[in-house]
Ligand binder design. Structure first.
Ligand SMILES: *Cc1c(COP(=O)(O)O)cnc(C)c1O
Length: 304
């Protein structure tokens, strides 16, 4: 069973020059060294409820791209708790080359097995899920990115007495489960800001269906598209780390923080606002991003 962590997740100030607002970051990435950030909480009820019902030979199956934080987290969970895991990975070309990919290599070291599928097959996840359910009737099949109602419920643990005073709470948005959970469990006076790193027109509908509240504003923060990492984003992450000694990831938290600082700079927030941004993890993805950047002879993310 995934335990409730004993550590207190720190909230760190991010001092801004000449600003009328105050900014803090909650280091949710520190919740577990390998089941990092929001993925821990999204898996929490899904896995625990399943393990209660399936005490013998449990198996977890899920979907993801080759650099997926969700796949990395699921594999690590499988290793820690001795549960068999299977990752359905987008891209059949990876069948021969998966060991070159740092995320998949680490997942394999955790004991995860893979099934590589073409992009066309991957798109039809409902049929895929059904065929795996037939093959492994006892297994728990978790959706891509881990987003479902139980995932949204688990996100409540990201909020606690320490987060109640903030006026704004901010997170990067991929499949929308995390922002929906923050919205569902936020205090009445709090506004939830979601920074979309994926260009997906259906997101706002998905999110409001999961949260059923009207306290969310979504911002476009994909900076060229999901998984695309511009030199500008790399430069921002490196400068942020030099200044605040906090490493952000290039796919989610780096883009969120870049857009958030742009909004602060543009005067979006009323004077005196207290803003909390979540560091949702994703740092395992830096290895893969740097590998790609190096191949393209581009600047990399400094790992200090
Ligand atoms: C998966 C992920 C997100 C997005 O979470 P969703 O619930 O899919 O919106 C944000 N940040 C990081 C680091 C992630 O790995």
């Amino acid at each position: 069973m995934l335990p409730l962590p004993e550590i207190k997740i720190p909230i760190i100030p991010i001092p801004l020059e000449n600003s009328s607002v105050s900014l803090y970051i909650k280091r949710e990435d520190e919740v577990h060294k390998a089941i990092s950030g929001n993925k821990y909480w999204k898996l929490f009820y899904n896995v625990n409820q399943y393990l209660e019902l399936t005490p013998t030979e449990p198996m977890l199956i899920s979907f993801g791209g080759a650099y997926s934080n969700h796949i990395a987290a699921l594999a690590a969970l499988g290793k820690d708790f001795g549960i068999q895991t299977l990752g359905i990975i987008r891209g059949e070309e990876l069948e021969e080359r998966w060991a070159e990919n740092p995320t998949l290599r680490l997942a394999a070291e955790c004991g995860m097995q893979f099934c590589f599928v073409s992009r066309a097959l991957y798109r039809d996840k409902e049929s895929l899920a059904e065929s795996f359910k037939n093959q492994y009737p006892n297994a728990l099949i978790i959706p891509e990115g881990g987003t479902n109602l139980q995932a949204v419920e688990g996100v409540k643990y990201m909020l606690n007495a320490d987060t109640q005073d903030f006026d704004y709470i901010c997170t990067a948005v991929g499949t929308g489960g995390t922002v929906a959970g923050l919205s569902k469990f936020a205090e009445c006076h709090q506004q939830v800001l979601g920074f979309k790193v994926v260009k997906d027109a259906s997101l706002s509908e998905v999110v409001s269906r999961l949260s059923r509240r009207e306290n969310i504003t979504l911002f476009e923060a994909s900076y060229g598209g999901y998984g695309k990492v511009s030199d500008e984003v790399i430069g921002f992450i490196n400068a942020f780390q030099r200044r605040y000694q906090i490493l952000l990831d290039p796919i989610y938290t780096g883009k969120m923080m870049m857009k958030l600082l742009e909004l602060i700079e543009a005067g979006y927030f009323p004077k005196g606002s207290k803003i909390l941004a979540f560091h949702t993890g994703g740092l395992q993805g830096i290895l893969g991003a740097n590998q790609m950047l190096k191949q393209q002879n581009r600047p990399c993310i400094d790992i200090i």
